[in-house]
Every structure is written in structure tokens, then in C-alpha cells.
Write a protein that binds this ligand. Sequence first.
Ligand SMILES: [Ca+2]
Length: 499
Amino acid sequence: MNRKSPMLSAAISRLLALLLFVRGGELLAAQDKPNILYIMADDHAAHAISAYGSRINRTPNLDRIARDGMRFDRVFCVNSICTPSRAAILTGKYSHLNGVPVFNRFDGSQPTVAKHLQAAGYHTGIIGKWHLGSDPTGFDCWSVLPGQGAYFNPAFLVEGGRTNYTGYVTDIITDLSLAFLKNRPKDKPFFLLCHHKAPHGNWQPDEKHKAQFAGQKIPEPATLFDDYAGRADAIRECRQKVLENLKATDLKVPPPAGLEGDALKKWKYQRFMQDYLACVQSVDDNVGRLLDFLDKEGLAANTIVIYTSDQGFFLGDHGLYDKRFMYEESVRMPFLVRWPGVAQPGSVQSALAINVDFAPTFMDAAGLAVPGDMQGRSLVPLLRGDKPADWRTSWYYRYYHDPGHHNTRAHYGVRTETHKLIYFWKKDQWEMYDLVKDPEELRNIYGDPSQAETVATLKAELSRLKKELKDEDQFANKQPPDGVDFVPPKSGPKGGRQK
Ligand SMILES: [Ca+2]
């Protein structure tokens, strides 16, 4: 029985050879896959990046990515707050399917792009702001801020405990990212999410930059004194207004005596923007450090570098700060991609893209099939400069956190190449904007009789998208409780973890 037939031996040999060949091929293929360095800031609006034509600051290192790669001009966040955007990016799914409509805990047992890439041989890491409550899954290495984290001397959660650091958070996130890159297994491609806390409120700049904007008059946005005429109630009712709602902890110094009304609003705008822009400047410096490292190590040619933010931000636009609303400044994400040999240097892409496209893009870039449960679409063809004939001409938005920190009304809507329709479903109020004639979204034309046909077309499109995306009002009337912000430790070395 021990005697093998020559035929069987030959078959086994062939099988072994084939296995070795496949194994070798896999290894070779793994090394050929591009590395992915995904850098995401928090609340960094595109209109505070010089590559996007900023009137208020210069960002030379972010501009390097745009100069050497592609600038996307129309990338949008489908639920414009921190935690839901992050869940949408990881899963490639809208909030109603990934289970994170508000600031609630992410169920880390669900599939994510990190898990898929890890399974395909990528060395995966997440460093910096996480804000999803549960421990990260799908990462070989993680070091994340608890909740929002601290600007100075931050603690980080790591596998099995916490580590305290001395210094400024943007520098430390970069240091830890560089350590990840230096210590990575060199025979594997890497997937690193470098997530900055900055420039999130309450905007605490580092020593190097804190005085940079102090003596300057930062140009005001054209809509700083928007009077909200003709709009739905939501914008009047919200508490994210520069004049009324910026707190003493946001402004840090009391306003000069006697200032009121428009003069006080102007002063508050200057004060918060000085700190916001100083925080951005540190992010820019630190992105430069990462780019320099890739150059020095010879990694730049095979590494996709992305710079984005979890959503946009009102920089005094419409008299507001923060995000949440479906207006352009809030939902528009910067998205700069350097991919040598694929994205043409200095190119610009204006196709409509959304943050649920990021996970499919990473899959596609890694040569993997996009899982059927992801709702986004790979941006790789757009990066190559080929816009598919059937590319989307509209996208769907839904915000749930009502009343939330800023008394912002829940709404959903659709944006096309030319128009935007918004429905505040708890108020049964509508807004519609013609983005070509009114790019600043000041004239609500929903009730204009001459627009009836456009209203009907957009309502039909809104219903179509809602159905296609399987939004069955899962969270329309009941939200999971908020639970991602850090709770101070009660006792013991592991206290304070969000489980
Ligand atoms: Ca954010």
C-alpha cells in the first residue's frame, strides 16, 4: 500500500510545482501591488487648500500632491459628520447599512476594506483619530486617539492598553506613521490610514504656527452676512453660527469691549480662523515629512498618496462654522491623489464622487474585485482619465443627528451636476438650488412656479436613489445613542476604553 504508482508521484510533483508557482506568483504579485498612504484630516475644507484656489492660506505640501497627481473637484461626504463619514469610508456603504448614522459605536465585526486588504496580503495600519467607539479591526497595527483626542500631550489607545505622548498631536501622528512605515514588513505592500485630529475644533495650534495669522486680516467669505431669506427654517434655527454660537473656549480670548453686531461677527470670524488656519499649517508641514520619507526611501513611485478630510467645513460661509448641512462647503471633501504612472500630474477631475467610493477604489487599486455589498464605485477609471459613459450624474445625502450639538435639522437630498434638492423630513420643508446660476446657494427656488418641472424631476431622482441604495428609513425616527466620545477612566490601567 506504501508503494506509489509512478503516475501518482508525477501528479503529486506537478501539483507541488504548481502550488509553489502559484505561491511564488502571489508573493510577486503582492510586491507589485501599490502601497496606499491615505492621509485624512478632520474638518479641513477644500477652500483652505491653495491647490483648490484658497483665498486665505497657502498649503505647499498638499499642493505637491495636486501638482504630481490629480485634484478631484467634486468629492462629497454622504453624511457630513465625523463618525458616519469614517464608517462610510471603511465599509463603502451608506450610514443606514453600516449602522452608523450618528456618533454611535461602529460594529467592527462587519466587513471593511482594511479586512479585505489585510486578507489579500497588505500590511495594514491606522494611526490617529478613529472616533468609531469600538476597537479597530482589520489592522495589523493601530494606535488611535480616544474619542476626539487631545491637541497637546495626547493619549493613544493601542492593542491592550494606552500610551501617553508628550508633544503636539499632528507631529505625533506623523511620527507614529513614519515608525509604521520604517518597521513594516518589506515583502508586503502597505495600507496606512494616517488620520489627523486637526483642524477640528477647538483649534489649538502648535507653538510654531500659532502667531502666523495673528497679524493678518483673513479675507471674509462672500456669504458671511447671509440673511437666510427664503430658506427653510433649519438654517435660522441651527446653532452653528459664527456670531451667536462660537464659545469662549473656541475663541480663547474675550472680544474687545464695545464690539457688537456685524463688527463682533467679523472679529469672531478672524479669531477662530486664525487658529483654524494655524492648525492646517501644521498638517501641511507634516504631510511634507511623509512625502519626503517616501522620496528618500524610494517608495514614491509605487505608493498611492491621498489627501482628504472626513468632510468639509463652513469657514464663515453663510455665517456658519461646523458642517452637517448639505450645502457645498460642508459636504465637499478635498481629494488629492498622487499615483505615479496612473494619474496624470496636474490633472483635474470633475466627475461626481462620494466617500463611499473610497473603499471600492482601494480594492480596485490593489487588483481585487469590489465586493458586491459595497455601494460605492471605484474611482480608478477616473484616476486614469477615463470617465465611464455610465458614471453617476447624481448622488444621495442623508444627515440624521437632530437636534445634535448644533440644533441642526435632519435632512436628505440629491445633488446633480446642476441642482440640489434638500428635504428636511421632520419639518416637511424643502429647499432647491440652481448650482449653475447660484453656486453660493442663496436663492431657494423650491417654491418658484417656473421651477415645477425641475422639482418633479429631482424628486423622482431622490426617490430612485433612496430605493436603489436600500434606504428604508432605518434610522429616520430612531437613532442609536451617541457613544464614541471618550469617557475618563474610573480605575485601573485599562479604564476609559470604549468597548
Ligand atoms: Ca470631522
